[in-house]
Design a binder for this molecule. Structure first.
Ligand code: PMP
Ligand code: GLN
Length: 381
């Protein structure tokens, strides 16, 4: 393995899922739902295969999906998007992120990440030969907050790209209107590009509404927004996502993406397009169900003795096991599958500053109620 990739080892999600499987543990580690997405969407994928949509899609993705993404942004957020030049279909949000970083960051350019960060950001910055700078979220009440001064200090003349993620994996933080305004102001002032990872755009709780960063003044022309059917429609295995942004930035993402995968799988694209157009009721019901699961798991973890951070979005909750005598979340995560029969993930892959984060563990609550209940009863034991 090349030197620049060695620090990343193999992903913690694969490692913890394998451990969970070995011990027949309930997997609240890797974030994936255990129920299917909308039935009509699944049927549309079957129909696409039966109808012979089994060859390469166009490089930028099938028109049907690109149009559906553009319409969705117009309807939901009032954003105008040219489906032929400003949308690129990708192999999950993961490839949209990789394509953006590889297509936009020169070796030596600085990339600012908000920490903890989704693991693929750091790895793709390393692949591109970029230099990462991190700005920590800071504990604030039972949640976390963005320190605007720290962000302002980190984004300098050497910064090419700022990567933002809201709702935020792994903390469940949803950036406030003030945070978004500060990010926009800093990005415009320093003239940096922004990669906005909004894969959890529909997974917000307590009546909150998502604001895309690209909707803020000055941001449309400098932001690549990524999202994915994985989170919106419970199809992490379909690996169907997209990048949206101004044509010249999307061209750059595409320049890299075409040599990563060339194109994504064809038959999922019309199915996801259909779901974007017709499944708002499913999205709403899923959000409501996830909020109840969040409440249930958070309360149960508290009862077991964990400190529990507030999760305002995503399907993750961070728990602090120090009251139970565990000071190292990594150790707890390696022990739990065998000892308790439940898996979670540690913060190791999400941070450059383990001393600040290693006491925490992340639980995913996107599981059937009976599975969560069994996990909770095991935790109690
Ligand atoms: N970004 C974030 C913040 C994520 O949590 C995930 C998936 N867990 C991804 C990107 C990747 O999405 P996909 O599975 O569509 O590649
Ligand atoms: N994004 C999911 C998570 O954070 C899973 C990603 C993965 O397995 N690479 O758990």
């Amino acid at each position: 393995l090349v030197r620049r990739m060695r620090p990343f080892g193999s992903t913690i999600f694969a490692e913890m899922s394998a451990l969970a499987q070995r011990h027949d543990a309930i997997n609240l580690g890797q974030g994936y739902p255990d129920t299917d997405g909308p039935a009509a969407m699944l049927e549309a994928a079957r129909a696409a295969i039966a109808d012979g949509l089994n060859q390469y899609a166009p490089g930028i993705g099938m028109a049907e999906l690109r149009h559906a993404v553009a319409e969705d942004r117009a309807r939901r957020y009032g954003l105008q998007t040219d489906p032929d030049r400003e949308v690129l279909v990708t192999v999950g949000a993961t490839e949209a992120i990789a394509g953006a970083v590889l297509g936009l960051v020169e070796p030596g350019d600085e990339v600012v990440l908000i920490e903890p960060y989704y693991d693929s950001y750091a790895a793709t910055v390393a692949l591109a030969g970029g230099v990462r700078r991190t700005v920590p979220l800071v504990p604030d009440g039972d949640g976390f907050a963005l320190d605007h001064d720290a962000l302002r200090a980190a984004v300098t003349g050497r910064t090419r790209l700022l990567i933002v993620n809201t709702p935020h994996n792994p903390t469940g933080t949803v950036l406030t209107a003030d945070d978004l305004a500060a990010i926009a102001e800093i990005a415009c002032e320093r003239d940096v590009l922004v990669l906005s990872d909004e894969v959890y755009e529909h997974l917000l709780f307590d009546g909150a509404a998502h604001t895309p960063l690209a909707a803020l003044p000055g941001m449309a022309e400098r932001t690549v927004t990524v999202s994915s059917a994985a989170k919106t429609f419970n199809v992490t295995g379909w690996k169907t996502g997209w990048a949206v942004g101004p044509a010249e930035l999307i061209d750059a993402v595409r320049g890299a993406k075409q040599f990563l995968s060339y194109v994504g799988a064809t038959p999922f694209q019309p199915a996801v397009a259909l779901a974007l157009r017709t499944e708002q009721a499913w999205i709403d019901a899923n959000r409501t169900a996830l909020q109840a699961k969040r409440d249930m798991l958070s309360a149960a973890l508290r009862e077991v003795g964990f400190g529990v951070h507030a999760s305002a979005g995503t399907y993750f909750v961070l728990a602090d096991p120090r009251p139970l005598g565990y000071h190292d979340g990594g150790e707890l995560c390696r022990d739990m599958p065998a000892r308790i029969g439940v898996a979670a993930v540690p913060m190791t892959p999400f941070t450059d500053h383990p001393q600040d984060w290693q006491h925490l563990v992340r639980f995913a609550f996107c599981k059937r109620d009976e599975v969560l209940a069994e996990a909770v009863s095991r935790l109690h034991r």
